[in-house]
Design a binder for this molecule. Structure first.
Ligand code: FMN
Length: 297
């Protein structure tokens, strides 16, 4: 089963990908790239977000609403040598929707068809990541017609945001239909047990998102279909390695702040005060010491 890692703003940066790649994902993504900023040759986009090391298999996802701009930028990415290009058609954040991007692209079937067909004529294959909508079958058929590398389905609607559950009955239904592209299932895969339920369907792979935040072990568990028992010490070592990578990439101040969203997940079992004292610590050595001192309740 293929295991892909979703693009996730604020998470799938260079440092965390160096951690995740140890667990053997088939494909990862950088944080999503704003197509408009790419056109402006924004240095943060080109030098930070899109920085990929030679030994990681990582693609790029674009979000945007201007079809011509997206067309030009997928060509540009292809020229730069990026691969596994993906179009974001699922983001439900108001600031993304406001510009007609993300999940609002789902309604624009004709334009998407035009975009992907035009790129195909240039020999550039772009995969799509969609949410469920009235156009789900249309996108499934388009993926077949254009033989795109894969279609990733997050079976929640735009309106649902992150509420309720991913309706994998839709995944099941799509997986039973003939296709010539890879069907990648996404949504609510937090554990090996969640994966095993979905793996019964005729899918080619899964795309993990929230499930790998502070649990990159899930990648290996799914690849090997085997539970991994890990110790707190192993988690601490991984966290410290992650902090050091972040320090190297973004400097100490940013690193010690950015690791916090991971620490909250790794150390869920801590009481409020102990958690707070680690999170607010701004000194590198003291923060590492506090992490090393964490004990299970
Ligand atoms: C913090 C965060 C950032 C995300 N960023 C992106 C993104 O940049 N592009 C995208 O297609 N989906 C993004 N997603 C959505 C996920 O890819 C995925 O579709 C969704 O979280 C459902 O999967 P999950 O239940 O495994 O988390 C993001 C989700 C989270 C929680």
């Amino acid at each position: 089963m293929l295991v892909y890692i979703s693009p996730m703003s604020g998470y799938t940066d260079f440092s965390y990908r160096q951690i995740m790649k140890k667990f053997g994902p088939d494909l990862m993504y950088t944080e999503m790239v704003n197509s408009n900023l790419l056109s402006q040759k924004n240095s943060n986009t080109l030098e930070k977000i899109m920085r990929i090391s030679n030994d990681e298999n990582t693609g790029i996802q674009l979000f945007g609403s201007d079809i011509e701009n997206l067309y030009n930028n997928f060509i540009y990415l292809n020229e730069l040598g990026y691969h596994d290009l993906l179009l974001n058609m699922g983001c439900p954040q108001p600031k993304i929707l406001k510009n007609g991007s993300g999940a609002n692209m789902l309604e624009r079937y004709d334009e998407i068809q035009y975009l992907l067909s035009s790129l195909k004529e240039k020999n550039i294959s772009v995969s799509i990541k969609i949410r469920d909508s009235i156009n789900t079958m249309k996108y499934f058929n388009l993926a077949n017609k254009l033989n795109i590398p894969y279609l990733c389905l997050h079976p929640r609607t735009k309106e649902q945001g992150f509420n309720g559950f991913a309706n994998h009955n839709i995944t099941k239904k799509l997986s039973s239909l003939d296709r010539n592209f890879k069907l990648i299932a996404n949504g609510d895969i937090f554990s090996l047990e969640d994966y095993r339920k979905i793996s019964k369907y005729n899918i080619d792979g899964v795309m993990l998102a929230r499930g790998i935040i502070s649990n990159p072990y899930l990648i290996k568990e799914i690849k090997e279909d085997k539970k991994i028992i890990r110790s707190l010490e192993e988690d601490k070592n991984l966290i410290i390695e992650h902090i050091n990578l972040l320090v190297e990439d973004k400097g100490e101040k940013k690193a010690l702040l950015e690791i916090n969203k991971f620490l909250i997940e790794y150390f869920k079992f801590l009481n409020k005060e102990d958690m707070k004292s680690i999170l607010v610590e701004k000194d590198y050595n003291r923060k590492i010491k506090l992490i090393k001192e964490v004990k299970l309740p």
